[in-house]
Design a protein around this ligand. Structure first.
Ligand SMILES: Cc1ncc(COP(=O)(O)O)c(C=O)c1O
Length: 386
């Protein structure tokens, strides 16, 4: 029997006293809701990305939904939006919530990202757009996908919940799509617990998302309560999805630290890749040569028959793990409501049945990383014996 293994949590954030001081400042100020700090964060995010405009929201789910609305998905009965089943449920759910039909296509075997050839085959006269997911931190082949969308007159909304810092072929998230959506959920590389944003080079999309995030009102709270009173109007049926200045305060000082944190994430991921390269039965997604991954999640793919047992064994060994993701089309709602069954998207299913996410965050010490490697090695040794 091994000695007691080192406990490694699945995730720990990297917030600092500087971030906390900024929130304290916000709390002493006037605007707790969307105000000058949200505006400052939006400018900083747009500058970071090299994109025209960013709009702060309450989540990535809202970002996806409002982009679909802004681009007219679901305006006509039967509108279709192509996406992947290898993602978090938010992606296809927002398509349904917008009144459109999610059309799933399978993913690439080596990256888990959308298969652009499969997108082309899935286009019908009802297709309005494509919503790819930059899975785990590695961007999809945006050059090919954007070219296809342009040729076929389809909108392109990028789900970049995992992928803020990435590049691929010199392209960044949001550069080629109509709009890109980010998450600042508790475990994301940039976090304020709950939060999100849309970034776009299209001022009209930014204007509509801004209006829809606040009930379709013609003026924001800052515009209504500063200067001489002016009536506001409701110009469209909107929603409630604005970012608050408290969230923005927590985010803004993190942006300059992202580059150094990405270096640490990269080093940890490379250590995992090196350690698992020759371990029998273990595979992991490949980062294409021309890509820099945001290294949000590090997943291993193990033999499906051992996956759940491995998850439990790692937990027993004190290693925090997650499953990102079981294929969405096989979840009860999608199965029962839309009649999906096993075999529809074999690669996504294979990944969904074999995937385990390991701890990956800048605060991990080298000893933590080695504890994870050792724990995985111990479990993998059991499979080869059985
Ligand atoms: C791929 C993907 N898309 C969308 C979302 C939704 O993000 P949020 O929780 O900010 O709504 C997530 C959240 O984890 C995600 O992983």
């Amino acid at each position: 029997m091994q000695g007691v293994a080192r406990k490694v949590e699945f995730y720990r954030h990297s917030l600092t006293d500087e971030d906390i001081a900024e929130v304290a400042d916000a709390l002493r100020g006037v605007f707790l809701t969307t105000g000058p700090r949200t505006a400052a964060f939006e400018t900083a995010l747009a500058n970071y990305l090299g994109i025209g405009e960013a709009v702060g929201l309450s989540s990535c789910t809202d970002a996806l939904f409002l982009c679909l609305k802004a681009l007219g998905a679901g305006a006509e009965h039967g509108d279709e939006v192509i996406t992947v089943p290898m993602t978090f449920i938010a992606t296809p759910n927002t398509i349904l919530q917008a009144g459109a039909v999610p059309v799933f296509v399978d993913v690439e075997r080596d990256t888990g990202n959308i298969d652009v050839d499969a997108v082309e085959r899935a286009i019908t006269p009802r297709t309005r757009g494509v919503m790819p997911v930059h899975l785990y931190g590695t961007m999809v082949d945006m050059t090919r996908l954007a070219d296809l969308c342009r040729r076929r007159g389809l909108f392109l909304i990028e789900d970049a919940a995992h992928t803020l810092e990435a590049t691929r072929d010199g392209v960044r998230p949001g550069e080629l799509g109509d709009a890109v959506c980010f998450s600042f959920y508790a475990t994301k590389n940039l976090t304020c617990g709950e939060g999100g944003a849309v970034a776009t080079n299209n001022p009209e999309i930014a204007r509509i998302v801004r209006m829809l995030r606040q009930h379709g009102m013609s003026k924001s709270a800052a515009e209504r309560y500063t200067g001489r009173y002016q009536h506001w109007d409701m110009v469209d049926l909107g929603y409630k999805a604005n970012m608050s200045d408290i969230q923005a305060a927590l985010l803004i000082k993190q942006l300059p630290r992202l580059a150094a944190q990405l270096d640490r994430r990269e080093a940890i991921a490379r250590r995992y890749e090196e350690a698992f390269a020759d371990m029998p039965g273990i595979q992991f997604p490949r980062v294409p040569r021309t890509a820099r991954s945001a290294r949000h999640l590090f997943t291993i793919w193990v033999p499906p028959e051992y996956r759940d047992e491995t998850v439990w064994q790692l937990q027993e060994d004190g290693i925090g793990v997650a499953v990102n993701y079981r294929a969405v089309h096989l979840l009860t709602y999608y199965r029962e409501r839309y009649g999906f069954s096993r075999g529809a998207f074999p690669i996504a299913e294979r990944i969904g049945d074999s995937t385990i996410t390991l701890p990956l965050y800048p605060k991990m010490l080298d000893e933590d990383v080695e504890a994870v490697v050792a724990a995985v090695r111990r479990v993998a040794a059991k499979w080869s014996r059985s």
